[in-house]
Design a protein around this ligand. Structure first.
Ligand SMILES: [Zn+2]
Length: 313
C-alpha cells in the first residue's frame, strides 16, 4: 500500500527490488491541477508497479500530468515511453541530461563505455541494460537550477546537484519541506537486499559531487527522501550528507596513498582496489570505475598525478 510521507505526497513501491536487488521508491505529488510522478522507474515499472500502486489510491496512470526524471540512469527514466503512452503526461528533466534521456546509445556508450580499458559490458549485460531503458521519448520540459516544476498550486523547486550524474537534480517541496535527493546522497554505499555485496557510491566528478552535497546541507528541510532507501528526518538526512562527504575524503586519501606507493596506476587498478579494500563492492564495476577516474582526474588537476597513454605492445 502506498504510504503518505507528507500531505499530498505518496511513496509508491516498484518492481526494482525483484529485478535488481535494491530498493527503489517513486513518489506521486498531488499538486491540484497537476498529478506529478517523481521518476519513472525502469521500463517494466509503470505496468508492474506504478499502475497498481496508483489504483490503491483511487488513481490511474492516465491521471498523471507530469513525470519528472531526476537524472539519466535506467531506474529513473526507463518508464518514460510507457508513461507517456498511457497518460500523455509531459516529461520534465534536467536540461543538461536531455541528450542522454533521448538517446540510449549515447547514454550507454558515454557512461558504461567511458573507460574501455577498465571495464566493458558483455552482450548479456548490454541487452539487460537496454531492456531496463525501454524506448526513448522527447523531454517536453527542460529543468534548470532554481526553476519550479510547472505546477501552479504547489511550489516544488529544482536544485541542480550534479556529481552523481552530470545534471542530477534534487527537488524541494517547499510547502512540506520535503527534499527529494534521489541518488545524490549515497553515504558509503548501500547493501544489496541479498546482503552479499554493497552498491558503491557513483559520481563522475569529485568537485561537482561535493559542491552538490554542500548545497543540500544549506537547505531547510524536514525530511530527506532518497530513491533507494527510507525517508530520513532532518538530523538523519544531514548526517547522511556528512557521511557522503567523508566518503569522498576517504577515497581521495586512499587514491593519493595508493599512487604514492605504486608509482603508477590505471583506472582499472584503482577501481579494483576501491571495490575490494575500501568497501565490499565486488571489485570492478561502473561505480568503482567512475569513482577511480574521478579521483585520478582531481589529483591530476591538483598536480599530484600525471595522466599517460602508452602503446600496448
Ligand atoms: Zn543514479
Amino acid at each position: 500500500m502506498p504510504t503518505e510521507i507528507a500531505p499530498g505526497i505518496h511513496r509508491l513501491a516498484t518492481d526494482y527490488p525483484h529485478v535488481c536487488g535494491l530498493p527503489l521508491w517513486l513518489h506521486v505529488l498531488d499538486a491540484g491541477d497537476e498529478l506529478i510522478l517523481l521518476d519513472a522507474g525502469i521500463a517494466s515499472t509503470p505496468e508492474a508497479a506504478t499502475g497498481p500502486e496508483l489504483k490503491k489510491l483511487g488513481l490511474d496512470l492516465a491521471d498523471l500530468t507530469l513525470v519528472v526524471n531526476s537524472h539519466a540512469h535506467p531506474d529513473h527514466m526507463g518508464g518514460n515511453a510507457i508513461l507517456k503512452d498511457r497518460s500523455g503526461a509531459r516529461l520534465a528533466a534536467p536540461a543538461t541530461e536531455a541528450g542522454w534521456l533521448e538517446d540510449n546509445d549515447a547514454l550507454v556508450s558515454e557512461l558504461w563505455g567511458s573507460d574501455p580499458a577498465a571495464m566493458d559490458l558483455d552482450d548479456a549485460e548490454r541487452a539487460e541494460l537496454y531492456e531496463m531503458l525501454g524506448d526513448r521519448v522527447r523531454i517536453d520540459v527542460l529543468l534548470r537550477d532554481g526553476d519550479h516544476l510547472p505546477a501552479a498550486d504547489r511550489p516544488v523547486r529544482v536544485i541542480t546537484t550534479s556529481g552523481h550524474s552530470p545534471g542530477h537534480i534534487a527537488v524541494l517541496d517547499e510547502r512540506t519541506r520535503t527534499l527529494f535527493s534521489f541518488d545524490d546522497v549515497q553515504g558509503r554505499g548501500q547493501p544489496y537486499l541479498d546482503g552479499k555485496v554493497w552498491l558503491a557510491p557513483l559520481y563522475t566528478d569529485v568537485g561537482r559531487y561535493t559542491s552538490g552535497l554542500r548545497r543540500l546541507l544549506e537547505l531547510d528541510f524536514d525530511a530527506l527522501v532518497p530513491s533507494h532507501g527510507d525517508l530520513l528526518d532532518a538530523d538523519q538526512g544531514r548526517r547522511k550528507i556528512e557521511q557522503s562527504l567523508e566518503w569522498v575524503d576517504d577515497v581521495h586519501k586512499f587514491t593519493t596513498g595508493r599512487l604514492r606507493t605504486k608509482g603508477s596506476l590505471t583506472v582499472r587498478d584503482l577501481a579494483g582496489a576501491i571495490g575490494t579494500e575500501l568497501g565490499d563492492f565486488g571489485g570492478i564495476c561502473l561505480q568503482t570505475v567512475r569513482m577511480a577516474r574521478a579521483h585520478l582526474e582531481l589529483l591530476a588537476r591538483q598536480g599530484g598525478a600525471e595522466p599517460r597513454w602508452h602503446h600496448p605492445g
